[in-house]
Design a protein around this ligand. Structure first.
Ligand code: C2E
Ligand code: CA
Ligand code: CA
Length: 266
């Protein structure tokens, strides 16, 4: 249902795309065995001139519904890969995770577009992991061909928000994922809640059994971090480690990482 405020927001978003009102933040993911930076997840931000910040969980679905997801994705990917270059020139080697709407995957030549952008901006495709969420109208299983094309190009695929919404075990078996992201809903009550501990440990075992990297998102406390390390989760992401960062603050965050990690894991 397209209500009046939605229409205004959509028009505002179109303007934002044209006038450069969007920007990207980058949230680090770290390896739980060594504490090293693994990659950065690019997250879009929109500051609407009158409303202030609008949440991506509000405007991304609107962009999907109103045919604006392609320009958002292309702008976001170019911005992110250009930023990757800047960091690289400054001596910071890292990898990128980028969120892709299931709507974009409907187009069979989308993998070629992503590859072309990587080539143009001289970013090796194996530096990139795409994070995908299954939507109500777009079961990922129908998108097998597109997903396989990404893997052939060396681009990694993560199943995001695993355990919520429409994600199913069947798609893990059939689709060429490289990483499983445990939703923050399950991480929130670790390690107090016995059931969450069992579920998270099982998801990690499941990921490993299928040869996937296990990542936990929404890590906010040292107790959660300790539990995830004890059950051999591979990667963690969350406010405890870093909030989504402005690109120019990454270097100083990175310089403190080793020290902070040793305090957190003492
Ligand atoms: P997501 O991909 O699951 O991203 C993780 C969300 O959790 C982000 O919210 C991040 O800021 C937030 N987060 C990270 N650490 C913590 C933590 O420790 N605690 C809590 N409570 N939250 C944490 P954000 O940035 O608001 O993004 C929301 C969703 O919007 C994302 O969920 C993703 O699905 C979508 N999104 C964001 N950027 C893009 C984009 O560029 N393109 C597309 N298609 N979707 C995007
Ligand atoms: Ca994500
Ligand atoms: Ca998520």
């Amino acid at each position: 249902m397209s209500s009046h405020p939605d229409r205004r927001l959509v028009r505002g978003f179109e303007r934002a795309l044209e006038h450069g009102e969007l920007h990207m933040l980058y949230q680090p993911k770290v390896r739980l065995d060594t504490g090293e930076l693994n990659r950065l997840e690019a997250l879009v931000r929109w500051e609407e001139p009158e409303l202030g910040p609008v949440e991506p969980s509000r405007f991304v679905p609107l962009a999907e519904k109103h045919g604006l997801i392609a320009p958002l994705t292309e702008w976001g990917l170019r911005t992110t890969l250009r930023q990757w270059h800047t960091w690289r020139n400054e001596g910071l080697e890292t990898n990128i995770a980028f969120n892709i709407s299931a709507v974009s995957l409907q187009s069979l030549d989308f993998p070629d577009l992503v590859e072309r952008i990587c080539q143009e901006l001289e970013v090796p495709t194996d530096r990139l992991v795409l994070e995908l969420t299954e939507g109500a109208t777009q079961p990922l299983i129908k998108l097998m061909d597109t997903l396989t094309r990404f893997r052939i190009k060396g681009i990694g695929l993560a199943i995001d928000d695993f355990g919520t919404g429409f994600s199913s075990l069947m798609q893990l078996r059939q689709l060429p994922f490289t990483e499983l992201k445990i939703d923050k809903l399950f991480v929130k009550d670790l390690p107090r809640d016995h059931d969450c501990c069992v579920i998270v440990k099982s998801m990690i075992d499941l990921a490993h059994g299928l040869g996937l990297v296990a990542t936990a998102e929404g890590v906010e406390t040292p107790e959660q971090l300790r539990f995830l390390r004890s059950v051999r989760c591979d990667i963690a992401q969350g406010y405890l480690i870093a909030r989504p960062l402005e690109p120019d603050t990454l270097a100083s965050w990175h310089a403190d990482l080793e020290q902070r990690w040793s305090e957190l894991t003492d």
